[in-house]
Design a binder for this molecule. Structure first.
Ligand SMILES: CC(C)(COP(=O)(O)OP(=O)(O)OC[C@H]1O[C@@H](n2cnc3c(N)ncnc32)[C@H](O)[C@@H]1OP(=O)(O)O)[C@@H](O)C(=O)NCCC(=O)NCCS
Length: 150
């Protein structure tokens, strides 16, 4: 993701997220050097994700797939890309927060090896809404050095 992508990403964000990031949130993530990825095909932005390094762990801060491209495997592919990136950087664990009622995301994360490690009551508050966050974590198996694989 580059600064030039932000408006398009924001369009998807506003379309699909219950608690959307602002333009400033995406710009800050880019400026902070977080791993920000997009999936584009034939000039169509289809998906994006943002991963923040935290010491030897990483936090998946955002992931979204445009409404018309959902349920085609893009969310899983983007999540796998972010997990692979964390593994490459020798991170041990990826964690995230997800709305308790976000069944699609919960199913995606569970199927990718995340498990629930906690709950933050009333974490999401916006426009009169008030929802709990579930914290999830995925332990990463370190990449073996080539010498150990022989
Ligand atoms: C969550 C999200 C990223 C999933 O992306 P996607 O491309 O639609 O998902 P995929 O096609 O890769 O599906 C992967 C798995 O996710 C789960 N899943 C995805 N959409 C689902 C839905 N509507 N209902 C239930 N499970 C769903 C399924 O387990 C699915 O595996 P399956 O197809 O083998 O059943 C997408 O729905 C999205 O952008 N949602 C809005 C933004 C959001 O909630 N982001 C997460 C914030 S924590």
């Amino acid at each position: 993701m580059t600064l030039a992508d932000v408006d398009t990403v924001l369009g998807i964000e506003l379309e699909v997220q219950a608690y959307p990031w602002t333009r400033g949130n995406f710009i800050d993530a880019l400026n902070c050097g977080y791993s920000c990825r997009v999936d584009e095909e034939d000039c169509e932005m289809r998906a994006y994700a943002v991963l923040r390094p935290v010491m030897d762990e990483a936090e998946l801060l955002n992931i979204g797939v445009s409404a018309q491209q959902q349920r085609k495997g893009l969310g899983r592919a983007m999540l796998q890309e972010m997990l692979a990136l964390a593994r490459e950087k020798n991170m041990h664990r990826v964690f995230l927060e997800v709305r308790a009622s976000n069944t699609a995301a919960l199913a995606l994360y569970r199927s990718a090896g995340f498990s629930e490690i906690g709950m933050r009551r009333g974490y999401y508050k916006n426009a009169g809404l008030n929802e709990d966050a579930i914290t999830m974590a995925c332990e990463l198996t370190p990449l073996k050095p080539i010498s150990e694989e022989r």
